[in-house]
Design a binder for this molecule. Structure first.
Ligand code: BGC
Length: 478
């Protein structure tokens, strides 16, 4: 039986909300409330264009690298594609109404580059422009503050054909795209994020060959790293120029890296991984340069750095988006050429209990968000941090009475939020929190097999059901 066959549809409406006794008990145990985070705190959920929109050939949209990859048989789990996804392109109004009913005041979404510029540059697609106007207008009419991510991994295929992130021309392509977006939407939207997680799309896409466009090797990765780093300032300056009172940020995937053993080798291995996962993209933007002293092979990047680049790299972002899910524990491995270390097996080597590992195989480690917020908060030039993603995957199912009970996720959010608050109380300027994700969606190479939503999506019918975790947020944010 495949995933879709396994999902039963019983016609329960997403908007029917009753708190189970279990949730009420959890509520009583709570040691903090929404007001502890401050009155201007952004409480939101997040999505990304390719993961939710579907409508991949509708209204003149061009192809992206994720369309290409997911259409190659055997690449994505179960051969899933984003062709339909959550059909958000057609259902955004009711989705935003559900979001509003859950008491969220902010929504982070990304724009599909190939909906705006089907060929990546040049001819603008008016239907694509119109879609995001309608989406933004709907947010505003509901009192939901829109947060735009300019780029969440779905590069137009035409641009990848010209080298994608390895081609320095991308600075101009991205500038053209950003000019269009900011001139169109800048009067309505003040909160902008340039990139989603450089180390993930850069590393998995151009070094490890795991994500689209599945390129490998330092000869692809090093130029990509430099262009990705440069683009943050290039686009950041455009947002500032075109959007009055803009609040500009960019987001980073990050998490603490612990050595398995208290040995020099394990600690060195952890430091190398930390330089790669947590420092490599934020530090140049903060004016600290690339962490070459820790990652010797990063010296190869000099080949792609042109005169004046190091002066143009820094940008004074209004906020930095921290996206944290788990942590990594590493041990010395002389065979690993990049880091001299490898991640350990959670069950065998770290003896983590199965219930503390989510369905996607990531450890539940709430203290990690506190520690990484402290680490990022310690950078002198970071003015504010917004947690732009945090959440847990599960194999959620609809119950006979049409509910989706996800107690592990409720627990996850409660504990992670407690740790966010702890960091905030200790002086880290945290200005908002976005749960990943608003709804179950296309989880990249995992297809639809991993569910991260606080709203369940029954893919065959596109019915939405607010999960218990979503109901928990509704109560918490009341
Ligand atoms: C990404 C999301 C992704 C989530 C869970 C983040 O790395 O920004 O697109 O779905 O993590 O894997």
């Amino acid at each position: 039986m495949n995933r879709r066959e396994a999902i039963k549809s019983t016609g329960i409406l997403a908007s029917s909300i009753f708190l189970s006794p279990q949730l009420i008990n959890q509520e009583q145990e709570m040691s903090y409330s929404k007001t502890d985070f401050g009155k201007d705190f952004h409480w939101g959920t997040a999505t990304a264009s390719y993961q939710v929109e579907g409508a991949y050939q509708t209204d003149g949209r061009g192809m992206s690298i994720w369309d290409t990859l997911s259409h190659i048989s055997g690449k994505v789990k179960n051969n899933d594609t984003g062709d339909v996804a959550c059909d958000f392109y057609n259902r955004y109004e009711s989705d935003l109404e559900i979001m509003k009913s859950m008491n969220f005041n902010a929504f982070r979404f990304s724009i599909s580059w190939s909906r705006i510029l089907p060929e990546g540059t040049g001819k603008i697609n008016p239907k694509g422009i119109e879609f995001y106007h309608k989406l933004i207008d709907k947010c505003l009419s509901l009192g939901i503050t829109p947060f735009i991510t300019i780029y969440h991994w779905d590069l137009p295929q035409t641009l990848e054909d010209k080298g994608g992130w390895t081609n320095r021309e991308i600075l101009n392509w991205f500038a053209e795209y950003t000019e269009i977006l900011t001139k169109e939407y800048g009067a309505k939207v003040k909160n902008w994020m340039i990139l989603n997680e450089p180390v993930i799309f850069g590393g998995f896409g151009y070094l490890m060959g795991h994500f689209a466009p599945q390129r490998k090797g330092l000869e692809n990765f090093l130029p990509a790293v430099h262009h990705i780093s440069m683009v943050m300032g290039v686009a950041g300056r455009i947002v500032r120029k075109n959007v009055e009172k803009a609040i500009v940020g960019t987001t980073f995937s990050c998490g603490v890296i612990d050595p398995l053993k208290d040995t020099k080798e394990d600690k060195q291995g952890a430091a190398a991984q930390d330089a790669y996962w947590n420092r490599m993209f934020i530090e140049p933007v903060l004016g600290l340069g690339y962490p070459k002293e820790t990652l010797k092979w990063l010296e190869g990047i000099d080949k792609y750095v042109q005169e004046g680049d190091m002066e143009k790299l820094p940008f004074d972002f209004d906020f930095v988006g921290v996206q944290n899910y788990s942590r990594m524990v590493v041990t010395h491995d002389p065979n690993d050429k990049l880091f001299g270390s490898r991640g350990v097996d959670l069950k065998k080597e770290l003896k983590i209990n199965e219930k503390d590992i989510t369905s996607i195989g990531w450890e539940v480690y709430p203290e990690g968000i506190y520690r990484i917020l402290k680490q990022y908060g310690a950078y002198k030039n970071v003015k504010q941090i917004i947690v732009t993603e945090n959440g847990a995957a599960g194999n959620d199912k609809e119950s006979k009475n049409g509910e989706v009970n996800d107690p592990q996720r409720v627990k996850y959010y409660k504990e992670y939020l407690k740790n966010v608050l702890k960091a905030k109380k200790e002086g880290v300027n945290v200005g908002g929190y976005f749960a990943w994700s608003y709804m179950d969606n296309f989880e990249w190479m995992e297809g639809y097999s991993q569910r991260f939503g606080i709203v369940y999506v029954d893919y065959p019918t596109q019915k939405r059901i607010i999960k218990d975790s979503g109901k928990w947020f509704k109560e918490f944010l009341k």
